[in-house]
Design a protein around this ligand. Structure first.
Ligand code: BG6
Length: 484
């Protein structure tokens, strides 16, 4: 891979995301030669750490992610510096600027800067404003911003945040990250849809009965109640990850694979979302919270009993819904989505069910195509096939393909791909503001409808959600597809 020079300034350097995902991703880029000799990382956060201690933390993080090459780990960690930083104090930005300039000299970087906002979102605007007022952006080289979710809490706050960052960065310098867009099998949806003529021919309302998207997690709220209580599943998963998959599944064919062409069809897919009234949103979306259960002999607390969660919390830990598009090709085709914490197991999958109908063999069930996004990665196509040794008797056959687990492990992880894209200046897999604006507008109607409702349905931890999420489909003769 081509080496890219950069000084990377990480806001939130002591955080959980940096530790679990970002340092291992940077290490992957280091091993693949994208980051090589001419880079430095400045970690910033409030706590006072020495460079040595920080380098130790970084080394631990990549080891925990599976790295074993001690020499490479040490060489990588040596590029890291730490600066204790109060994001509201202008003087600190001056120090940061000087440190960046010093490292730029030392590593002969040539002015490229990558600013990574991976900390409490309350400070995103403040940081953006100070980067401008204290003139951190360089004259030479690129200046790029990666900004993590949550990108706002609703349309109004997202807009305010966007105004703050666009006061400092131009749209072509801003990389609004959604890590689902870095997942191999999410990207694979485009190849599947647009590189297979037979599939292109049936991807419309005449053939498709429904599309289903499940993002199930087995974990509960973990240590993140502070954040999760302000978000809930709708904001944490639906507004971003689920909506991105909806766009990939409903968008028109792009003219090419350039970022401009992809963004054009994606933006249209979001514009095409059929907007509900609040009353319709209430009918078409279901929320719920998990309750205590015993899973594999282990007692698991209910959401309201979790540390940091209010006893009368109204936060949704599960959402299911029926989404419609006004794109004439798919108008009327229900897109059922569901996501939640403490479901049966971790699995992200998409199923497209084709309509069944009459045939010379009698009534037949429609084909079902499933895209396994994670942790399994691959495809299943269900077909009606003639039974071996019989003349006209049919049976259901599964054409299965799964990527080898080792190959999956060896492929770059989502964050590595995405940070690599940013270093290469490729915005394809990032969100433009207009895309985010539309998803927030869509989700805000649902939040508003729920805010007026005092009832909170529940589901037992370890199940696949509340009864209402099943009833949502049954009403129209649909059924959740759920095969390992
Ligand atoms: C994050 C959410 O965006 O995605 C988490 O904030 C969630 O709550 C995570 O656990 C799921 O990501 P993945 O890659 O594990 O499916």
């Amino acid at each position: 891979s081509k080496e890219v020079n950069a000084v990377i300034i990480m806001f939130g350097g002591s955080g959980d995301l940096a530790h679990r995902k970002l340092y291992p991703a940077l290490f992957g880029l280091f091993q693949h030669g994208v980051l090589k000799d001419h880079f430095a990382v400045i970690g910033t956060a409030r706590r006072p750490w020495s460079d040595d201690h920080y380098q130790q933390i970084v080394a631990d993080s990549v080891r925990e992610a599976g790295a074993t090459d001690d020499q490479a780990i040490a060489a990588f960690a040596a590029h890291f510096c730490y600066q204790s930083h109060d994001v509201t104090d202008a003087d600190h930005y001056v120090t940061l600027k000087q440190l960046a300039a010093k490292l730029d000299d030392q590593y002969e970087v040539g002015g490229n800067r990558l600013y990574y906002m991976a900390m409490a979102p309350t400070f995103f605007s403040t940081i953006a404003t100070h980067l401008k007022s204290e003139e951190l952006l360089t004259e030479q080289g690129f200046n790029r911003l990666i900004i993590e979710k949550p990108f706002g809490h609703d349309y109004a706050s997202a807009k305010a945040l966007n105004d703050a960052i666009t006061g400092t960065f131009k749209e072509d310098q801003i990389y609004r990250i959604d890590h689902y867009l870095g997942k191999d099998m999410a990207q694979a949806i485009l190849a599947l849809r647009f590189a297979n003529p037979w599939l292109k021919g049936v991807w419309n309302k005449d053939y498709i009965k429904d599309i289903q998207i499940t993002l199930a997690e087995a974990v509960g709220v973990e240590e993140r109640a502070g954040y999760y209580e302000t978000a809930g599943a709708l904001r944490d998963m639906v507004q971003n990850h689920v909506m991105q998959l909806v766009a990939y599944l409903t968008m028109d064919e792009p003219k090419s694979l350039t970022p401009e062409a992809i963004h054009q069809v994606k933006a249209k897919a979001f514009d095409d979302l059929h907007r509900y009234t609040e009353a319709e949103a209430k009918q078409n979306f279901v929320r719920a919270q998990y309750t205590a259960a015993t899973i594999d002999g282990q007692a698991v607390p209910g959401y309201r009993e979790e540390d940091g969660v209010a006893k009368d919390s109204m936060t949704d830990t599960f959402v299911a819904g029926k989404i419609l598009t006004d794109n004439p090709n798919l108008a009327g085709v229900p897109i059922f989505i569901r996501t939640g914490k403490r479901l049966t197991r971790k699995s992200t999958q998409v199923t497209v069910t084709l309509k069944g109908g009459a045939s010379p063999f009698g009534q037949v069930k429609g084909n079902q195509l499933t895209i396994y996004i994670e942790p399994n990665e691959g495809y299943t196509l269900e077909i009606n096939a003639k039974k071996l040794g019989e003349t006209t008797t049919l049976e259901r056959e599964w054409l299965n393909m799964r990527h080898e687990p080792q190959a999956v492990k060896d492929a770059p992880e989502a964050y590595e791909r995405l940070i690599g894209d940013v270093l290469a200046g490729d915005q394809t897999n990032f969100n433009h503001w207009n895309e985010l604006a539309q998803t927030w507008r869509y989700v805000d109607v649902i939040s508003k409808a729920w805010a007026k409702d005092q009832t909170m349905p529940t589901y037992e931890a370890g199940s696949m959600g509340p009864k209402a999420a099943f009833d949502l489909l049954k009403a129209g003769d649909h059924d959740w597809y759920w095969q390992p």
